[in-house]
Design a protein around this ligand. Structure first.
Ligand code: NAP
Length: 479
């Protein structure tokens, strides 16, 4: 394994925090400290901002093909180092190695996708309706960006923002989550090796997020915030961006409905449920949070899902054969425990799981709850753990109304063999993405994002780069 990077990355150099502070990084499977990284403060943030601002003009002038080649090279380097990146990610975040390898491939794909988009940034030229004036349209980078990422997909949430920012010609400061800084620092090392000029990407790891980010957002030199995280923090950051009218992209929380109709193929639905619920131990914004199952098939669906969930192997992500790693920390696990206890108190039946194991590490068993009351707290709280909560419904209008009865709208899942019904219900869901007879929607080539309080803007797909570009229109009268 190559050296683990643990300093700040500013202006192309690895440096300690100005005040020498460090923060520990834990292994959630053991609770042990893996190591320490620099803990940036406001002064380091200013240095990173200065580096990004200074690098912006030259980077914007860099040929799109050159930007594209850096991304392509970084894509190759990530794939070459799949195993070591996966091990690093598992050690700081907990997901099983097989899933970590999957995330490395998913993360790398954003770089390949945006290397292809970098050379396809369009513009235009046209005649205005008066017949005299011409319109020249060009697309320009927004400018220096602040990218804030969560801990649940330590590499992919970074590449999903860094890829389009590099492709568009923006410089940036990345602030990863303090639980998982090592993957982001490794990514910075790879981009440096791939030839990214100094100052284009700066990484500040910190336990003092507000102290580091607020001055940047209010300072007037950062022109764009791309944030992935909870709705509560997103709301706060939107308010901070308002003063200097910073452009924003917000990928926020979800509360996904998973709807199984009576005509669904139950094998397909259970396969879909395993992915939609258990990807990343349920710690995903796309995780199915509320299972609405038609009354006539609910018992059978619950029985089969409990059988599959109960057969999963729980343990440290580095151990062979493990399907379910630890949750991120004791706070995350305590929240899952409280939500399950509340649901059981309100009458839910535990079909499998539901008991926290003894011993070290933040483990929680795959759990299926049936007969969940609509009043339960987990109906309007992201569970963020391996708990499937099943409710029943009787007809299509009713389930649509209940599925949409939430402030969130990231993703929904629909299982039915009827094409008409599948499309009708998908279109009726107030969400940015739908899995129709599938439990997986994430793909770098598709626009990822939500409506309502799940966010603003889209990442990935053809439109992902738009978030980092502005139009400029030049009027030219022809005499
Ligand atoms: P979080 O608590 O909102 O934190 C996300 C990031 O924001 C972290 O880096 C965090 O750093 C930072 N942050 C918190 N307060 C801040 C402040 N005042 N100023 C600047 N940065 C601040 O979310 P999380 O617990 O890490 O991640 C889980 C959430 O992310 C869930 O709600 C999930 O649904 C959502 N998510 C959404 C998507 C999507 O694409 N829609 C994808 C993945 C995750 P600190 O921890 O140091 O505060």
């Amino acid at each position: 394994m190559t050296e683990v990077l643990n300093q700040l990355f500013i202006g192309g150099s690895w440096v300690d925090a100005a005040d020498g502070a460090t923060l520990p990084v834990d292994d959630p499977a053991t609770g042990e400290i893996l190591g320490h990284v620099a803990d940036a403060g406001a002064k380091d943030a200013r240095l990173a901002e200065e580096a990004a601002v200074q690098a912006q003009a030259a980077w914007a002038r860099t040929a799109p093909r050159a930007r594209s080649e850096i991304l392509r090279r970084a894509h190759e380097l990530i794939l070459e180092r799949t195993d070591e990146l996966a091990r690093l990610m598992t050690s700081e975040m907990g997901k099983p190695l097989a899933e970590a390898r999957g995330e490395v491939a998913y993360a790398a794909e954003f770089f390949r996708w945006f290397s292809e988009e970098a050379v396809r940034i369009d513009g235009g030229c046209g005649t205005l309706p008066d017949g005299r004036n011409r319109m020249l349209l060009s697309r320009r980078p927004v400018g220096p960006c602040l990218l804030i990422t969560p801990w649940n997909f330590p590499l992919a949430m970074g590449t999903r923002k860094i890829g389009p920012a590099i492709a568009a010609g923006c410089t940036m400061i990345l602030k990863p989550a303090p639980q998982t800084p090592l993957s982001s620092l490794a990514l910075a090392g790879i981009l440096k090796e791939a030839g990214l000029p100094d100052g284009v990407l700066n990484v500040v790891t910190t336990s003092r997020a507000g102290e580091v980010c607020e001055p940047l957002l209010r300072g007037g030199r950062i022109r764009k915030l791309s944030f992935t995280g909870s709705t509560a923090v997103g709301r706060l950051l939107l308010a901070q961006c308002a003063d200097t009218v910073v452009r924003t992209s917000m990928e926020l929380g979800g509360n996904a409905p998973f709807i199984v109709f009576d005509d669904a193929d139950l094998d397909v639905a259970v396969d879909g449920a395993m992915v939609a619920k258990m990807r990343n131990m349920g710690e995903a914004c796309t995780a199915a949070n509320r299972f609405f199952v038609h009354r006539s098939v609910a018992e059978e669906f619950g029985r089969r899902l409990a059988g599959r969930m109960g057969a999963l192997e729980v343990g440290p992500g580095t151990r062979d054969g493990v399907d379910v790693g630890p949750l991120i920390d004791t706070v995350g696990r305590a929240k899952v425990e409280e939500l399950v206890a509340d649901a059981v108190e309100r009458g839910a039946r535990v079909l499998v799981g539901g008991r926290t194991p003894e011993g070290p590490g933040c483990f929680y068993p795959p759990t299926v709850l049936a007969d969940v009351s609509p009043e339960s707290r987990l109906m309007d709280t992201e569970i963020f753990g391996p708990v499937a909560a099943i409710l029943t419904f009787d007809d299509e209008d009713e389930v649509l109304r209940r599925a949409n009865d939430t402030p969130w709208g990231l993703v929904g899942y629909v299982f039915t063999e009827g094409l008409d019904r599948g499309l009708r219900v998908s279109e009726g869901l107030e969400v940015g993405m739908v899995g129709l007879n599938t439990g997986l929607v994430s793909n770098p080539a598709a626009p990822f994002g939500g409506v309502k309080q799940s966010g603003l803007g889209r990442e990935g797909g053809r439109v992902g780069i738009d978030e980092f570009l502005e139009y400029q229109y030049i009027a030219v009268p022809v005499r």
